[in-house]
Ligand binder design. Structure first.
Ligand SMILES: Nc1ncnc2c1ncn2[C@@H]1O[C@H](COP(=O)(O)OP(=O)(O)O)[C@@H](O)[C@H]1O
Ligand SMILES: CC(=O)N[C@@H](CCC(=O)OP(=O)(O)O)C(=O)O
Length: 298
């Protein structure tokens, strides 16, 4: 890795100077950043991410962080001997599982990230979508074609939700007051149950409601990859839909790309999927001229 010592002082100054128009572009704007559970696995990278978030806040950008935690939930469920399955990329969440999901997402994962941001000098506030009645959701309904009978069947995902209303009262008390919201993807159903929401979907709903300037989805791959595993730097909504239909985009990448499409429809201007395992991916994406991952556009 090239350290700052290997770069001449003039080049260091040029890199900093290159950031100026980007900082001006995002001045006072809200940027939603989704940090995936896989990406936050390595402590050093997670701490570098936290530093980047504080740097954004320091440059008069309003970052809102949404985190995942799929692998962390899986580890805890395994430790407790609870089986877990996915259907249509979503965790089937029964009554025992939702307790663990909430414990891991709103408890350990959320507080660890809050701790890292605060250690870097920020003022992070850890919340879930249940706080302040922020995110109301309806139980997710999905269908799947049964491979034996070839008949489309409804799948019961249990306590899994799709957001249908985001109340910004609480977030508006934090944004613009140097406080950095760090959100766990949980919501309340209309009859008061806790629902597990895919973190990408949750981030899209929050970015759309906030009319965020940008949405960054940090994952564990360089972006959307084509059939030969090469990075696709730019993807139109039309082509993204084709790649989902032909199976090039599958699994966890489906809710990510669908979130990007939803956010664009809601007026979010720049929507990207980037590699969160790369240190300072957020700074590179926002403050330099080179985009790193996949930009999804209309
Ligand atoms: N076309 C594709 N390009 C990139 N990744 C893909 C693609 N199709 C499926 N994937 C899978 O999607 C995964 C990212 O989704 P997910 O595991 O849910 O990440 P996260 O924890 O960051 O939300 C990748 O690791 C990869 O296995
Ligand atoms: C319904 C559903 O599948 N919820 C996810 C929530 C966490 C998540 O999305 O985490 P990543 O971003 O790390 O994948 C789950 O239970 O794993």
């Amino acid at each position: 890795m090239t350290s700052a010592q290997n770069i001449s002082p003039l080049d260091q100054a040029r890199i900093l100077s290159e950031a100026l128009p980007h900082m001006q572009q995002y001045d006072e704007e809200t940027i939603v950043i989704k940090y995936g559970g896989h990406a936050m696995g390595a402590e050093e990278t997670a701490k570098a991410f936290a530093r980047d978030i504080v740097l954004l806040e320091q440059t008069a950008i309003n970052p809102v962080v949404v985190h995942g935690g799929g692998p962390q939930i899986a580890t805890m469920l395994k430790r407790l001997g609870i089986q877990s399955e996915f259907a249509a990329g979503l965790r089937i969440t029964d009554a025992a599982t939702i307790e663990i999901v909430e414990m891991v997402l709103a408890g350990s994962v959320n507080k660890q990230l809050v701790g890292y941001i605060n250690e870097a000098g920020g003022k992070a506030v850890g919340l879930s979508g249940k706080d302040g009645n922020m995110v109301k959701a309806s139980k997710t309904s999905r269908t799947m074609v049964d491979p034996d009978s070839n008949i489309e069947k409804a799948i019961d995902l249990g306590f899994v939700g799709d957001p249908d209303k985001v109340d910004l009262t609480l977030l508006n008390q934090l944004i613009g007051y140097e406080l950095i919201p760090v959100l766990a993807p949980l919501a309340t159903s209309h009859d008061g149950h806790t629902l597990n929401v895919n973190a990408d979907t949750f981030a899209g709903a929050v970015a759309g409601a906030l009319k965020a300037k940008r949405l960054l989805l940090l994952t564990d791959v360089p972006g959307v990859l084509d059939k030969s595993k090469k990075l696709i730097p730019e993807l139109s909504v039309k082509d993204a839909r084709k790649l989902i239909a032909d199976g090039t985009i599958s699994g966890g990448m489906i809710p990510k790309v669908e979130t990007c499409i939803y956010a664009l429809e809601q007026g979010v201007q720049g929507v990207v999927i980037i590699d969160g395992k790369m240190q300072h991916a957020v700074l590179l994406e926002l403050f330099t001229n080179q985009g790193t991952g996949t930009l999804i556009h209309k």
